[in-house]
Design a protein around this ligand. Structure first.
Ligand code: UGA
Length: 432
């Protein structure tokens, strides 16, 4: 099939490359000329394991193409995927859909044969209805279908999530487009993936409800971890004890810093905007947002406690600053709250991240990038393990730490408190 991915960010690039690998003819379009030129040379704009190899392979065999020519790319395609950004509106909580609607207006000009227009970006419920209205102004309804097919890709695991999805959700209000989408996904369905066909609005809501639920699960265990600390109970025992109940499940039950990334914070806020619009109170999701916003404050209080309220001139080392491992993405990472706060209180911050120096911290005096773990932890009064990168999982702290007073605050519960204690290390995790 001939596909056009509009927007070559995370969603469009990963999905486009994977669709081409399944044998489709895919054009990834973007207005950013430099990005497109780079992609043609195999230079990938994001860090995502496995992506570079797939781009190079499929570009060479000509199933994958990159272009800045929107008109030409739309004209030659059967299915168009809208993959542009839907960030939170400045100063608000609703999603900014200007890019989606600009692209829609362009598409409406070039419907030369029956086409399916699919939203892959996370778009608020009823956006499909709006897109349909815009396109029908210029075109007969028989010549196009507007479909919702949300992505459920995790950064760092995106290729795997695309190839082995738990489910493929397709929302259409007609039979024809569903049949075509089902055949597009046939290679994944034949390998055992579930294909769910629902209405377009339902599909849009499945995406938001899924992210809001996952955010709720994380926030729930984070609050239980707070209680565990007071009770001298290990939260990991609770996660295991709860997770073995098949109705609950063990995934996304790991206590940690405030959840971040480009999706959970944005999507939880956007679903509240939708519920307000339709006069429904999503009080649980509202509580989740509030609790997550408080989480960094709470963990910073623990830092105050560890350092006996004397933050000034203390050397604090952050291992990992991205919102999670296997990504270079800093969006809504809790380190963006914690590091500036501690810096303002007079601490000297040294950080190491496997994805390198971060522009977010360049403007701060005394927030310094270290080239490796050894130099980052050197002379630190406090080491904060912020992100669960594999290379932080077997650090020999005993040999690296010279100062006996150095405290390790493991926000990802990577190490065994008992083993750390046996080595004479001052070690604290979360909820244990
Ligand atoms: C999330 C969803 O998991 C994807 O299914 C979805 O497609 C994507 O958003 C999106 O909407 O595009 P992602 O943002 O890449 O994916 O990250 P996650 O792996 O879900 O992690 C989000 C945050 O939750 C991170 O800060 C992570 O550290 C935290 N987390 C996750 C925990 O604190 N504990 C856990 O047990 C799991």
């Amino acid at each position: 099939m001939k596909l056009c991915m509009i927007g070559t960010g995370y969603v469009g690039l990963v999905s486009g490359v994977c669709f081409s690998d399944l044998g489709n003819n895919v054009t990834c379009v973007d207005i950013d000329k430099k990005k497109i030129e780079n992609l043609k040379k195999g230079i990938i704009p994001i860090y995502e394991p496995g992506l570079e190899e797939l781009v190079i392979k499929n570009y060479k065999n000509k199933r994958l193409n990159f272009s800045t020519n929107l008109k030409e790319s739309i004209l030659k395609s059967d299915i168009i995927f809208i993959c542009v950004g839907t960030p939170t509106k400045k100063g608000g909580s609703a999603a900014d859909l200007s890019q989606v609607f600009n692209v829609t207006k362009e598409i409406s000009k070039y419907i030369n044969k029956y086409k399916i227009i699919t939203t892959k970006s996370t778009v608020p419920i009823t956006t499909g209805d709006e897109i349909e209205k815009i396109i029908s102004k210029k075109n007969n309804k028989a010549k196009f279908s507007v479909v919702s097919n949300p992505e459920f890709l995790r950064e760092g695991e995106a290729i795997r999530d695309f190839i082995y999805p738990d489910r493929i959700v397709v929302g259409t209000n007609d039979v024809k487009s569903n049949k075509i989408l089902k055949s597009l996904y046939a290679p994944l369905i034949s390998k055992g993936s579930q294909y769910i066909h629902v209405s377009r609005r339902a599909s849009e809501l499945v995406k938001y409800a899924s992210n809001a639920f996952l955010a709720t699960k994380i926030t729930f265990i984070n609050e239980i971890a707070n209680l565990c600390e007071k009770l001298s109970v290990n939260v990991e025992d609770i996660s295991i004890g709860m997770g073995l109940d098949k109705r609950i499940g063990s995934r996304f039950l790991r206590a940690g810093p405030a959840y971040g990334g480009s999706c959970f914070p944005k999507d939880t806020k956007a679903i509240i905007t939708t519920s307000d619009k339709f006069k429904t109170d999503l009080s649980v999701v509202k509580a989740v947002i509030k609790s997550n916003e408080n989480r960094s404050k709470l963990l910073l209080n623990r830092v105050h406690f560890f350092l006996k309220n004397k933050i000034k001139n203390k050397i604090i080392c952050f291992l990992g600053v991205t919102f999670k491992a296997n990504t270079d993405d800093m969006r809504d990472s809790s380190s963006l709250t914690m590091i500036p706060y501690l810096n303002k209180k007079g601490a000297i911050i040294k950080y190491f991240d496997p994805t390198g120096v971060k522009k977010d911290f360049v403007k701060y005096k005394n927030v310094l990038f270290s080239k490796n773990i050894k130099s980052a932890v050197d002379k630190a009064d406090l080491i904060i393990i912020h992100t669960e990168w594999n290379e932080f999982k077997s650090i020999n702290f005993r040999s690296l730490i010279k100062n006996k007073k150095t405290i390790i605050f493991d926000m990802r519960n990577i190490y065994s408190p008992l083993k750390m204690k046996q080595q004479g290390l001052k070690y604290f995790g979360l909820g244990r």
